[in-house]
Design a binder for this molecule. Structure first.
Ligand code: AMP
Ligand code: ZN
Length: 110
């Protein structure tokens, strides 16, 4: 739990954010400024600053993020049509929230 971190607040239930899925390792909620018809954020409960800061101890979290991303794509009915999974890394990579998160975006009409 990092003081002043909005994603720590969300994963610890300190906001009114609607949680779509959660387990002991991570939480899933909708992006507040969606860039796609379906735009979810898959967020570990552990505060990891960015992809640059992951360690050996985080292997299980990373694997869980991908497993849950795949399941959420099915649950949101975008698995077959297709979706993007994205990590923005550091400011130059577009990261603005410094608590690791995986974007799941899909649902475009093509
Ligand atoms: P990034 O640019 O990868 O750091 O993405 C951060 C994302 O978090 C952005 O797409 C924001 O729209 C989203 N975001 C910021 N605050 C909130 C919030 N309170 N609830 C949901 N999504 C948020
Ligand atoms: Zn945090």
């Amino acid at each position: 739990m990092e003081k002043g971190c909005i994603f720590c607040d969300i994963v610890n239930g300190r906001t009114s954010t609607e949680i779509l899925y959660q387990n002991d390792m991570l939480v899933v909620f909708r992006d507040i400024h969606p860039h796609a018809p379906v735009h979810l954020l898959i967020v570990p409960r552990k505060h990891v600053r960015s992809a640059n800061d992951i360690t050996e101890a985080d292997r299980a979290i990373l694997s869980e993020m991908f497993m849950v991303a795949k399941d959420m794509a099915h649950a949101q009915a975008v698995a077959r049509s297709g979706y993007k999974l994205l990590f923005n890394v550091e400011r130059g990579g577009g990261q603005v929230i410094f608590h690791l998160h995986l974007h799941l975006m899909g649902g475009w009409k093509r």
